[in-house]
Design a protein around this ligand. Sequence first.
Ligand SMILES: *Cc1c(COP(=O)(O)O)cnc(C)c1O
Length: 424
Amino acid sequence: MSNYKTETKCIQSGYEPGNGEARVLPIYQSTTFRYTSSEQMGRLFDLEESGYFYTRLQNPTNDAVAAKICDLEGGVAAMLTSSGQAANFYAIMNIVEAGDHIVCASALYGGTYNLYAHTIKKMGVEATFVDPECTQEELDAAFQENTKAVFGETIANPALVVLDLEKFANAAHAHGVPFIVDNTFATPINCRPFEWGADIVTHSTTKYMDGHAACVGGAIVDSGKFDWETHKEKFPGLTTPDETYHGIVYTEKFGKGAYITKATAQLMRDLGSIQSPQNAFLLNIGLETLHLRVPRHCENAVKVAEYLKNHEKVAWVRCPSLPGDKYYDLAQKYMPNGTCGVITFGLKGGRDAAVEMMDRLKMVAIVTHVADARSCVLHPASHTHRQMNDKELVEAGVQPDLIRFSVGIENIEDIIADVEQALR
Ligand SMILES: *Cc1c(COP(=O)(O)O)cnc(C)c1O
């Protein structure tokens, strides 16, 4: 970790050119890397030596961007993935096997909910979903002998539940398993989950990190704080010989780098969800202004939320940074400088009025996206969460009338004027 402040890390971390080298991180648009000795190439394949040989495993552009995200989160190692979905899949699969179990806060992004509730179940991994507001006892009761991880989102998309990070971290550690946090909505500008006990952080870099809706991507960061060796019997994949690499033991050979090295060496090798170097380059440009954009998103979101709250046609508004919000106190504790640019609201006219209002917006677009510079709206019950039944929707904290409003960084007067004419 560098000693720079967050704003400086956004710009300077991850890439330091040598004398006469490109000032801007170059795009290594190459699948492969040349060696003059076949023996050295062999050592790379055995993980005996570090170096680039094939972009599915590692690429210099991707590594520099991963290093920047790692520094922003205060971790020890990180990797990029092709999407946020791939990041959340790998983060779990790296430490579970068929027959294992995970505990998840139930307020989750729809795709992540499907991944953990249905897809990994077919691979033999079960998930128990707990109400994020459960008591310590209820949370403890969700653990089983075979539980290997706890998962939650800092700010749930789209339920906007602020997770009590310390409560979940304590429960995970009391049961000898890591706490994995999807920090997509808060970003390391507003919250660094490692400071609250999280062990591993994931991101959909598609959102604020890229910030311009230009490329889909993901990242996994390891804090290096979870001691796999102390819980050896639970994590044989990290603490016993890997026969596919001539019997190396990740924790012995790579120490704090064990988790990310294993995810790269096994999961990337076998499943191949890499980010293209071109996308990593664009992501890096987005990261350079993250510290400027995120506060403006948050400021605009609070103003739109205040406007909506006072509007006669609006039934309810959710914005964790707004005094009176159910999660205001947790937000003040974990994210005193702001939460995110996404707010949700419902109209007195219910679901039909929601759809009509959205159709009447002129500048604010209906798109399946959040967290980019442009203001946009989505109706989760008809779009992102449409595979869920009503019970699953309510568990995920998504009311049928909920409009998700991703407030952009346009002039606030223009955003409110558009909402005003649509409501009228
Ligand atoms: C969008 C999102 C994801 C999935 O990311 P993709 O990049 O779309 O695959 C995961 N978690 C959260 C919180 C998200 O908002």
